[in-house]
Design a protein around this ligand. Structure first.
Ligand SMILES: [Zn+2]
Length: 362
């Protein structure tokens, strides 16, 4: 069974096969539709069986294209044979000779052959599509897990290398500045040397002045395409690099990795395990369920970054709510104080002195 990504694609394939006659145009359109349908399946980190199935589909497409070309050639040959038959028959009649044997029928067999080829190619094409989709479905849990795992280690390596690169850039910038500043500090203190070096020339060029009027490297940069009044906008290079590193560091969590697809052997265990209340996706989901991003204890709205997820076991369902950590602390301490004073009251009612850990009575 063909598993197509969208209803539109399924309808287009169905209509094509139901309405269009067998032949090269239908074959080419089918290849086009099925190829477009599969175009979104990723090819990076592809498991071997998926790669094989994809290559099988590509081979089926190439084969179908060959069949389509053969069919067209057969049709063209038939048209030419028909024209030749008419011309030969007319010639014979004009000359009063018997009519020649027509070649058109023999040629038409070529079309039938080609059409059978088309139908067979369609079957193979659809089977190859099914095999490819099935291979992707079967390897889904392991494929996505290995892609997400590799992405996470790539991300970590990128962060590390970017930070190291950034430190290098900063150090290089400092050292360029050291050399340049040393020149100007010393020459300012020794005017006789300054006069001498400023007057010096090499091959007719003012050596000191010409080498100290250019730009120091690693200070500013332009972003291609970003212009102000037709001129590139200069950005402070260390600031841009720091922003780049911050962007790479900011989003360390990949929420989709916290989910496992049907067929993953870990799935049941993960669903049964306690929820990680600090996970970003849990906080976002609780915030969405609450309808407003704020603390349920003090009732104030607050950015998600300031809140934590707490579990209220007395409520229905999961009882997850967003609270300020400070409000949660105050609430817990208050509850504890209430429990302690209730205990003290019980002791006093039954004739005992207040327990040592009770609040002194007012
Ligand atoms: Zn609060």
């Amino acid at each position: 069974m063909l598993r197509l990504r969208s209803r539109d694609a399924a309808r287009a394939v169905h209509e094509l096969r139901a309405e269009e006659p067998l032949g090269a145009p239908r074959m080419r359109r089918l290849v086009e539709l099925l190829t477009a349908d599969l175009a979104g399946l990723p090819t990076s980190d592809e498991p071997a069986e998926v790669r094989e199935a994809r290559q099988g589909f590509e081979a089926a497409c190439a084969w179908a294209a060959g069949i389509a070309a053969d069919t067209e050639a057969a049709e063209q040959a038939t048209r030419e044979a028909a024209a030749a038959d008419v011309a030969a028959t007319a010639d014979a009649m004009r000359a009063g000779k018997p009519r020649p044997k027509v070649t058109q029928l023999r040629r038409a067999e070529g079309i039938t052959d080609a059409q059978v080829g088309c139908e067979a190619a369609e079957v193979l094409l659809m089977e190859a599509h099914e095999r490819y989709v099935e291979a992707a479905r079967e390897t889904w849990p392991t494929w996505r897990a290995s892609a997400a795992g590799a992405a996470s280690s790539d991300h970590e390596a990128a962060r590390r290398e970017l930070a190291a690169g950034l430190a290098r850039v900063a150090s290089a910038g400092r050292r360029y500045l050291t050399a340049e500043r040393l020149d100007s500090e010393i020459l300012a203190r020794f005017p006789e040397v300054r006069v001498k070096v400023e007057a010096e020339t090499v091959h007719g060029l003012p050596w000191y002045l010409a080498t100290h009027s250019g730009r120091r490297p690693l200070r500013t940069m332009a972003i291609p395409g970003l212009k102000d009044k037709g001129k590139p906008v200069p950005f402070d290079l260390p600031t841009v690099l720091a922003a780049l590193l911050a962007a790479v560091e900011a989003e360390a969590e990949f929420p989709a990795a916290a989910w496992l697809p049907p067929g993953d052997p870990e799935r049941e265990a993960v669903m049964a395990a306690p929820l990680d209340l600090s996970a970003g996706w849990v906080r976002s989901a609780v915030s969405r369920a609450q309808g407003v991003c704020g603390c349920v204890l003090c009732q104030r709205q607050a950015p998600l970054a300031e809140l934590v997820v707490a579990q209220d076991a007395s409520r229905d369902g999961a009882g997850l709510e967003l609270v300020h950590p400070a409000c949660a602390r105050k609430f817990t301490e208050g509850a504890q104080a209430r429990r302690l004073s209730a205990r003290a009251a019980r002791y006093q009612r039954s004739g005992f002195p207040p327990p040592p850990d009770a609040e002194p009575a007012e």
